[in-house]
Every structure is written in C-alpha cells, then in structure tokens.
Write a protein that binds this ligand. Structure first.
Ligand SMILES: [Mg+2]
Length: 297
C-alpha cells in the first residue's frame, strides 16, 4: 500500500515536471531574444527610474533625448498626447494650404512646460560628467507659417528651460542631411546639439546613424528616450545593424501629468483659431465659449 502510494506520487511529480517543461520549451528556445528584447527597450514613467543608470555613463556613452512629450510638453491639454484623437477632427474641413499657417500660430503661442522639473538638472549632470547628450526630434525645420525658422525657434524654446545640447558635440557648421536648397522647409539637419528629422523620408534610427557616421562618432553605448514606441524600435534596429549597443526607453511621463481633456474647451480653442487666427489657453477658452457658437469665416 505504501509502495503504491509512493509510485503514484512519483508519477504525479514526473507528469507535473513534464507539463512544466513543455510549457517552458518555447520560451527556452527563444530565451536569449526575449531577454535581450526586454533589456533593450523598457517602459518608464519618470526619469527617476533611469537617473542612476544614465549617471553610470562615461564619455563613450551617448544619451539621445526626444524633445516633445519627453523634455517639454504643452500646458494646453489638447496639444498633449491625450488630445491626439481630437486634433485631426479639428482640421478636417480647413483648406490644406491654411493649415501650416494656423498650426504655426497655435504652436507658437501655446505655452510649454517641462514634463519633469528635474530634467534640465539631469542633463547638466550628464554633461558635467562628460556623458554625450543630444536631442533627436521629428520637429519641423525652416519656414513654418508665421515662424521664420522652426529649428532656431525650437532651440530657443529649450534654452528658455535651461536645456542646451550644444555642449557635447560642438559643431560650428550646421550639418544638412538633405539638399536644403531645394526646399525652404522640412529638411533634416543637426544644429546646436539637436538632430531635426524635419520630414518623414527616413526614420529617426536611419538619421541617427547617418549623423554618427558624419561626425565620426561610434559610442560604446547609446541610450535613447522617446514617448513613441514607433520611434524607439527603428532606432534600436538601426543601431543594432550599425553594431552599437543600445538601451531604449519608452517614456510615459507625460501621461502621468494631472489633467483631463475638456473637449468643449478644445472646440472653443480651435473655433477661435479658425475664426480669429488666435490661440487661447485652456483657461482663456473657458472664458470664451461664445467663439464656439460664432459662425466660421
Ligand atoms: Mg515625442
């Protein structure tokens, strides 16, 4: 009786072990890839999560920051990611030729803020340690509506928040990645420590590798922080192909900011933009609801 009990127990253990092994087999087969994937791209909600990791960098390390919704964002909620679903509707029946003009008024007037107050200090700490820091943004370049030079405007916006990327890789000449003579806007370039994508002809990954080749820089490791996974993945792929170790961070800090999109207020803001060519802040929009009801010109 006792022997049969032990035999049944042994069979149970063996069957349980076999089931466990079968369930793990696919993971074991792909283990290294899955593990590497997990360590190459990580989601973070705050720079506090990676401050110590970044501070372990050295002059052979390159830290690349996206700008919008990573370093700075808008105070007006409709211009943050939470307003992304609303914005296309607001442009739907406007003359396409008028959109850049109206967008430039909107983006030029709307107030910005740091996503996290400690960001300028973090960048400065890295720069003081000799860690190379640059920005990589999909922002426009050249003339954009009422903004004469979008890249200079962007550089100055960052300077207002004490963020200056021109220190790590000083470059007297602007590096143009396109024939800028053919267009007056949306060309790719590197200026004041910021790589501007400017158009959608290439990914951030392709442009970053072109930049590294151009300035003959091959870091031992690149850290890249962007709020869009659709940018982190191409950068990871391009750097892997170029043979540079990579650590990507999908940054979600902007989603942690307080506030809820007020759709009626957003309608007021876009109605006033279209009618009066004027952008209202969230606070002003609450006071100007009459614009919502006024007919469009
Ligand atoms: Mg962004």
């Amino acid at each position: 009786m006792k022997r049969s009990y032990l035999f049944v127990l042994l069979i149970c253990v063996l069957v349980t072990g076999l089931i466990w092994f079968m369930s793990r087999a696919p993971l074991l087969k792909e283990g290294s890839v899955a593990l590497n994937t997990q360590t190459r791209i990580i989601s973070i909600q705050s720079f506090d999560d990676i401050r110590s990791e970044l501070n372990r960098g050295n002059p052979d390390t390159l830290v690349v920051f996206d700008v919008d919704d990573v370093l700075i964002t808008y105070k007006d909620l409709v211009l943050r990611p939470c307003g992304a679903c609303f914005r296309p509707v607001s442009w739907s029946d406007i003359d396409p030729n008028e959109i850049p003009y109206l967008m430039s008024i909107m983006l030029g007037t709307a107030q910005r803020m740091l996503v996290e107050p400690a960001i300028p200090q973090l960048i400065k700490e890295l720069q003081d340690r000799g860690v190379k820091t640059i920005a990589l943004t999909a922002a426009r370049t050249g003339k954009f509506g009422v903004i004469e030079n979008a890249e200079d405007w962007r550089v100055n916006v960052l300077k207002q928040f004490n963020i200056d990327f021109s220190i790590s890789i000083p470059q007297k000449q602007i590096i143009y990645f396109d024939d800028e003579g053919k267009n007056e806007s949306d060309y790719s370039l590197f200026k004041n420590g910021i790589i501007f994508l400017g158009n959608e002809k290439q990914t951030k990954g392709d442009l970053l590798v072109r930049f590294l080749k151009q300035v003959q820089l091959k870091p031992r490791k690149v850290f890249f922080i962007d709020d869009k996974m659709s940018n982190v993945i191409p950068v990871e792929a391009a750097l892997r192909q170029y043979g540079i170790p990579f650590q990507g961070y999908h940054y979600k800090g902007v989603e942690m900011l307080p506030g809820k999109l007020d759709v009626q207020g957003a309608e007021v803001q876009f109605a006033c933009l279209r009618k009066d060519h004027k952008w209202l802040s969230d606070l002003e929009a609450k006071k100007e609801e009459k614009c919502l009801l006024a007919p469009h010109q």
